[in-house]
Design a protein around this ligand. Structure first.
Ligand code: FES
Length: 164
């Protein structure tokens, strides 16, 4: 944890538990996720046990406890995408990656996030990997997409559908 994160935490009033969510939001915005050290430092500052902070933070789906993966996957669960089967696409993604939304794979390659409408309803169901949109996805096609990203890695599986 950097000194600037500690300064950020300490810029909130000491011992005032009502600042827990604003502090968590501010730190995540700065650092991208909430590390163990950060949780401990917030606990010290607000006089709260770490277990209580984890309990609150996991209740709100917006918080992450690991850095984003190299490939950050955002899947839309808005109405248009839902109607076109984004629920089964999400199941396929969690199965292929072995993680739940809000988590990052142990190799640091993929992280998964569920969002409401991302403004591309005509492409439903849609997911975004970093800045790349994938439209009209299905449970099967996302597996190929994941395999293709793995194939970009030096020790990854070959690109799906790639020849030679
Ligand atoms: S509902 Fe998915 S992009 Fe709008």
């Amino acid at each position: 944890m950097t000194g600037s994160i500690l300064n950020l935490i300490e810029s909130y009033p000491c011992g005032k538990r009502e600042y827990l969510i604003p502090i968590l939001q501010a730190v995540q915005e700065r650092q991208g996720y909430l590390s163990k050290e950060v949780i401990t430092a917030i606990g010290r500052h607000l006089d709260l046990p770490a277990s209580k902070i984890y309990g609150v933070a996991t209740f709100y789906n917006q918080f992450r406890f690991k850095p984003l993966g190299k490939y950050h996957i955002t899947i839309c669960r808005g109405t248009a995408c839902h109607v076109k089967g984004s629920g089964s696409v999400l199941n396929s993604l969690t199965r292929s990656l072995g993680i739940r939304p809000g988590d990052t794979t142990n190799d640091g390659l993929f992280s998964l996030e569920v969002v409401a409408c991302i403004g591309a309803c005509g492409l439903a169901p849609v997911m975004v990997v970093n800045d790349q949109f994938h439209a009209g996805i299905s449970p099967e096609s996302v597996e190929s997409i994941i395999a293709a990203y793995r194939g970009l890695e030096p020790n990854g599986e070959p690109l799906a559908g790639a020849e030679g």
